[in-house]
Design a protein around this ligand. Structure first.
Ligand SMILES: *[C@@H]1O[C@H](CO)[C@@H](O)[C@H](O)[C@H]1NC(C)=O
Ligand SMILES: *[C@@H]1O[C@H](CO)[C@@H](O)[C@H](O)[C@H]1NC(C)=O
Ligand SMILES: *[C@@H]1O[C@H](CO)[C@@H](O)[C@H](O)[C@H]1NC(C)=O
Ligand SMILES: *[C@@H]1O[C@H](CO)[C@@H](O)[C@H](O)[C@H]1NC(C)=O
Ligand SMILES: *[C@@H]1O[C@H](CO)[C@@H](O)[C@H](O)[C@H]1NC(C)=O
Ligand SMILES: *[C@@H]1O[C@H](CO)[C@@H](O)[C@H](O)[C@H]1NC(C)=O
Ligand SMILES: *[C@@H]1O[C@H](CO)[C@@H](O)[C@H](O)[C@H]1NC(C)=O
Ligand SMILES: *[C@@H]1O[C@H](CO)[C@@H](O)[C@H](O)[C@H]1NC(C)=O
Ligand SMILES: *[C@@H]1O[C@H](CO)[C@@H](O)[C@H](O)[C@H]1NC(C)=O
Length: 892
């Protein structure tokens, strides 16, 4: 009896206990979450559900929070916090680690701006940490090894810099390591990866400053499925040991500096994507890349591969993208490719492939894009081509294609670019009716005959039509003048008759030349009814027409260049093509940049090269954008590598380059923003009252920056435009050099015609720069001396638009020869007691500004001399007896 009574009682007590423990743990977990919330800024109110005032909702239902029942404790506990893209900033509070069961923390896509939060290694259960796409900065410390239980570590797309520490190898449980899109540098420690045997995904991509061999241990990590090492500075060969990576599905090594031959790939049976493009690989491409039948994307472009591909890609039934352009392949093109069921892109231009395009191409029902220009393809254009309804680009110029163009060749409803120029095609141009999206048609330099089909005039978006250098005859159809053509080239045919009026007024005569039978105003042969007019003012009209035509033609050419972009962006206006490279997660597009640059954001004009603008990034950070215009001599590749060289500079006295965007003739350089403005502004300003100690510190900083550029940085650089306007100050008056080595960016020629010529008479320039075109370190030293004079005297080196314009070097030298002159030039606003040190600085400045370059000290010597002034004891005797009043030898 007793037992039947006590049992329910016991049960109810236990239940109550459970309820109490549940309630109490959840309230303390809620408190932990609330204290986490308290330390972050949440402008978008993404965490508004995180509130204890609503007692009807458990913290497990708060945004991003997930709980699970923990078997060992029978409690419901927080196991996952996923706050990605919540727009949070502030601090990641260590309190979060009090959540005992937290296994997954995802803070990706926020604005946390801090070093790597090592304190999260205290979270004892944490397995997944995702901090991707924040503003995390600073190095990866050795203590990263504290994250012992992590399976997934994602620090991608931040500003993490410095070397990858060896201790990362202690994270033995790691399966996914993503450090891509950062500023890591140096060599990758090769021993670090050997013990990461669980690794399935390794991503170090987009770290432009990593210059290293690929650590050989990577190739022995048998569980690796995905390797992303693209766009770094990896060099060396891809070793044979890669064959051990049997689980590999994705390998991206593109845009590095890899050399040598590829090893055989036949054992990589799971490969789906293989990209080694844009390296310096050579030799034949090995057999077996499709041994597993699963390859979807093969990209080998822009290397030095040679040999034949015929046998190498047998079995590639799943291939969608095949890109082997810009190599030295020869031999027959693997004809099976043309009829693969899933193939979308075939790019093989600029090789020496031969062979014919088979009629079976009609079965490639997904084919979108074919580019095989500049090869040795022969045979006819197959009828089957017209049956591929997804094809929007077919470009096969500069081959040996012959025979007639099949009437259906432009039947794909999405066809937009057709280029068959420079082949041996003959017969008539077929009527083109179905390809209503055709933008560009080039049939130049073939042997096409008969007339220009009138149906061309019905193609609504045709913009570029090149029929030049054929054997076309008959008139130019009147209807063509209704098209809005940017380019219409029918030169060197056998056309005859009157040129439609609008065409002749809208196009330069050179597009019509070489057709003796054509007539019209401006042509050598005007039609008979123009006869009388021609007698009166024919010469003038012709000239005027020609001039107008040429002007118009240039405009049209510019338009033609832009039209492809115009198509892409489907905007109404022709636009520049912009490319951007960011060395820092800026999260800004070229459009944002352009939109942000208006009068309001312009801060200083900088001569011919354009202005500097201050822009605000989405994160609230400010950046300075300098526009360089009017240059066009660097290839994008050189430009990129040149700016990369400059962006690698890490020195406290040199402004960081955060990235750049460029089009054909304009570069936006993006620098870190410095709130203190330029030293030039300060010196020129009405109340330049910097204390001497601050001025000396500025001088030392600038000198150290220059010494670094001259001697320590590889390659050695010359600034070439030192002046106080190019020395920016941060909020603590720490100087940063900017606008350094612009010659490397715009090229010597453009530099000479802009910067150099604009400042030819500037008193910052060393005297020898007038006659010596070669830039030297001594010229920088001279300019530095001028800046130092400005600091000592408190005067600007040159007064703009003033009649007795001050050349500070001459002024100082004049004064110094007067009794006690040296004292009178010291800036009187600097309070007393500093004179002796100021005279020491003056002496250094005078030596830097010696007329003879070889008399000037080197920058490291200047740094030393300035530092010894700072510490109060001057090691070398001053060359000027400045305290004495007699005239003395000037250092010249
Ligand atoms: C993020 O916050 C900024 C202000 O800090 C705001 O302008 C922006 O709209 C927010 N974005 C989202 C997606 O909430
Ligand atoms: C309290 O939480 C519940 C469940 O999450 C929700 O439906 C309700 O709207 C909340 N009430 C208040 C006042 O926020
Ligand atoms: C980290 O979060 C980002 C953003 O949601 C996501 O794209 C990425 O795949 C995550 N990383 C890992 C390793 O899951
Ligand atoms: C890898 O593990 C071995 C054996 O445990 C150890 O001797 C070695 O130091 C480890 N290497 C690294 C880089 O951690
Ligand atoms: C590639 O390597 C060569 C020497 O091996 C070096 O001269 C060159 O600068 C490297 N290129 C890049 C882009 O790193
Ligand atoms: C391929 O290039 C290598 C050097 O990269 C050269 O030694 C070899 O002769 C070339 N082979 C052919 C068939 O051209
Ligand atoms: C044609 O391809 C060869 C390599 O096969 C290359 O050297 C040449 O520059 C290309 N010609 C043009 C006009 O692109
Ligand atoms: C067509 O091909 C020729 C030769 O490769 C090239 O010069 C021309 O720019 C191409 N035309 C278009 C519109 O792409
Ligand atoms: C027009 O065609 C002729 C012959 O092919 C060529 O020489 C000329 O450069 C072309 N003009 C333009 C602007 O493409």
């Amino acid at each position: 009896m007793a037992s039947t009574c006590t049992f329910p009682l016991f049960l109810s007590v236990t239940l109550q206990l459970i309820i109490i423990t549940l309630a109490s743990t959840s309230s303390s977990e809620a408190d932990i979450l609330l204290s986490f919330r308290a330390s972050v800024e949440d402008p978008s109110r993404s965490l508004s559900t995180w509130s204890s005032s609503n007692s009807s909702s458990s913290h497990c239902s708060w945004a991003g929070v997930a709980c699970s029942l923990i078997p060992s404790t029978s409690r419901l506990s927080v196991t996952s916090i996923d706050l990605q893209s919540f727009n949070l900033s502030g601090e990641i509070s260590p309190s979060i680690c009090e959540l005992q069961s937290l296994t997954e923390l995802n803070l990706a896509g926020n604005l946390f701006k801090q070093p790597i939060p090592l304190h999260l290694s205290e979270c004892s259960s944490l397995q997944v940490l995702n901090l991707s796409n924040n503003l995390i900065w600073g190095p990866i410390p050795e203590q990263v090894s504290g994250f012992r239980s992590l399976r997934v570590l994602d620090l991608s797309r931040n500003g993490v810099e410095g070397k990858i520490p060896e201790s990362i190898g202690l994270l033995r449980t790691l399966q996914v390591l993503n450090l891509g899109g950062n500023l890591l540098s140096g060599t990758v420690p090769s021993s670090a990866f050997g013990n990461l045997t669980e690794l399935t995904v390794l991503d170090l991509s987009l770290n432009p400053f990593l210059t290293s061999e690929i650590p050989s241990e990577i190739w022995s990590l048998k569980n690796l499925e995905k390797i992303f090492l693209q766009s770094c500075g990896f060099y060396g060969v891809i070793p044979d040991s890669i064959v051990g990576l049997q689980k590999l599905t994705t390998l991206d090594l593109s845009e590095n500096n890899l050399t040598g031959k590829l090893p055989t790939l036949a054992s990589l049976k799971n490969l789906a994507s293989f990209d080694v493009s844009q390296n310096r690989l050579s030799g034949a491409f090995p057999d077996g890349v499709c041994a597993g039948n699963g390859l979807i994307s093969l990209s080998l472009h822009t290397n030095f591969f040679n040999g034949s591909l015929l046998d190498a890609i047998g079995g590639c039934r799943s291939l969608e993208r095949f890109q082997v352009q810009n190599n030295e392949f020869h031999g027959d093109f693997p004809s099976g490719l043309w009829s693969l069921p899933k193939i979308k892109i075939i790019r093989a231009e600029n090789n020496q492939f031969s062979g014919e395009i088979p009629d079976l191409i009609s079965t490639a029902s997904q084919l979108e894009q074919v580019q095989i220009d500049n090869n040795s393809f022969t045979g006819k254009i197959p009828q089957g081509l017209g049956l591929v309804k997804s094809l929007y680009r077919f470009s096969a110029s500069m081959n040996r294609l012959l025979g007639e163009i099949p009437p259906n060749f432009c039947d794909s409803p999405v066809m937009s670019i057709l280029n068959l120029s420079h082949n041996a095609l003959s017969g008539e141009i077929p009527e083109l009716k179905k390809c209503r999206k055709l933008v560009s048609l080039s049939l130049a330099d073939n042997s096409l005959s008969a007339g220009i089909p009138e149906s061309l005039a019905d193609l609504p978006v045709l913009t570029y039509l090149d029929l030049s250098a054929n054997k076309l005859s008959g008139p130019i159809p009147q209807e063509l003048q209704n098209l809005k053509l940017a380019l219409f080239n029918v030169s060197f045919n056998q056309l005859s008759g009157r040129v439609p009026a609008l065409l002749i007024s809208g196009l330069p005569a050179s597009f019509l030349e070489g057709n003796p039978g054509l007539c019209g105003p401006g042509l050598p042969n005007s039609c008979s009814d123009f006869g009388p007019r021609r007698h009166r003012d024919g010469g003038l009209t012709t000239l005027a027409c020609a001039l107008i035509s040429i002007a118009f033609g240039i405009g049209l050419l510019i338009f033609a260049a832009g039209f492809l972009v115009y198509r892409k962006s489907s905007k109404q206006k022709a636009e520049k093509v912009w490319h951007s490279v960011f060395f820092y997660p800026l999260r800004i597009t070229e459009q944002d940049l352009i939109a942000g640059m208006n009068e309001k954001s312009a801060v200083r004009t900088c001569g011919v090269f354009g202005r500097v603008y201050i822009l605000s990034l989405p994160s609230g950070e400010l950046v300075a954008v300098k526009i360089l215009v009017n240059f066009r001599n660097q290839s994008p590749k050189t430009l990129k590598s040149d700016i990369k060289t400059l962006a690698k500079i890490r020195h406290k006295s040199i402004a960081k380059i955060l990235g750049f965007c460029h089009s054909d003739d304009t570069i936006f350089m993006i620098y870190e923003y410095l709130p203190g403005g330029s030293l030039g502004d300060l010196i020129g300003g009405p109340d330049f009252e910097l204390r001497w100690s601050v001025r000396l510190r500025i001088a030392i900083g600038v000198a150290q920056g220059l010494a670094y550029l001259h001697k320590d940085y590889v390659p050695h650089l010359i600034h070439r435009d030192i002046k106080s306007n190019n020395i920016l100050l941060d909020s603590d008056c720490v100087p940063k050099l900017t606008d350094f080595a612009l010659d490397r960016i715009v090229g010597e020629a453009a530099f000479q015609t802009t910067v150099a010529s604009e400042s030819a008479s500037s008193c910052y320039n060393a005297p020898e720069s007038g006659y010596s075109k070669r830039a030297t370190e001594q010229m920088d030293v001279y300019s530095f001396g001028v800046v130092l004079l400005e600091l000592v005297t408190g005067r600007k080196a040159e007064e703009e638009d003033s009649a007795d314009s001050l050349d500070i070097v001459k002024w100082v030298r004049r004064k110094i020869n007067i009794t006690n002159g040296a004292f009178t030039i010291l800036d009187s606003r600097v309070s007393g007691g500093s004179e002796r040190v100021m005279l020491g600085a003056l002496d250094i400045a005078l030596r830097c500004t010696s007329v003879m370059p070889e008399k000037r000290p080197s920058m490291p010597e200047v740094v030393k001399a300035l530092q010894s002034l700072c510490s109060g004891n001057s090691p070398q005797p001053l060359s000027l007896a400045l305290s004495s009043s007699e005239g003395h030898q000037l250092p010249v």
